[in-house]
Write a protein that binds this ligand. Structure first.
Ligand SMILES: [Zn+2]
Length: 137
């Protein structure tokens, strides 16, 4: 399983954080934590931007998190035209990271608001691709 299996369209086929996709297939959204200084990263980094260590561990992002902000796209970039309208949001998780992602379309529009409790939902396309969304907790 490599990084080109991630998302609807993958712009990157190889990274030092390919394990992210394996963990996601195991139903676990994950970030990295620096073994040296404890800094946490999402999206995962293979090198710490604070102390420059390359000794990293993985940690699961289970939540529930809290939606900080969101927007609804009425116009989409190439490859996502059939999906509009869809909403994207940023949520703060108790594990210490913020997660940006698409919001589950099953969340009613009138429930979309800052403060909404959200959890991670792993989404498989059935074509061997895997991604995640934020759904109502
Ligand atoms: Zn560090």
């Amino acid at each position: 399983m490599s990084f080109d299996q991630f998302g609807v369209i993958s712009f990157t086929s190889a990274t030092k954080t390919e394990k992210f996709v394996e963990l996601l297939q195991d139903n676990r959204l994950s970030g990295t934590v620096c073994k040296s200084c404890g800094a946490k990263f999402f999206p995962p980094r293979s090198d710490c931007s604070f102390c420059l260590s390359d000794e990293m561990d993985w940690f699961g992002i289970d939540g529930p998190g809290e939606l900080i902000s969101y927007t609804t796209a009425m116009y989409a970039p190439a490859g996502f035209e059939k999906d509009v309208p869809y909403s994207l949001g940023v949520a703060e998780f108790p594990e210490g990271v913020k997660v940006f992602g698409r919001l589950d379309k099953s969340i009613p529009d009138d429930q979309l608001k800052a403060g909404l409790k959200v959890k991670v939902k792993v989404v498989s396309s059935g074509e061997g691709r895997v991604s995640y969304e934020l759904s109502a907790a």
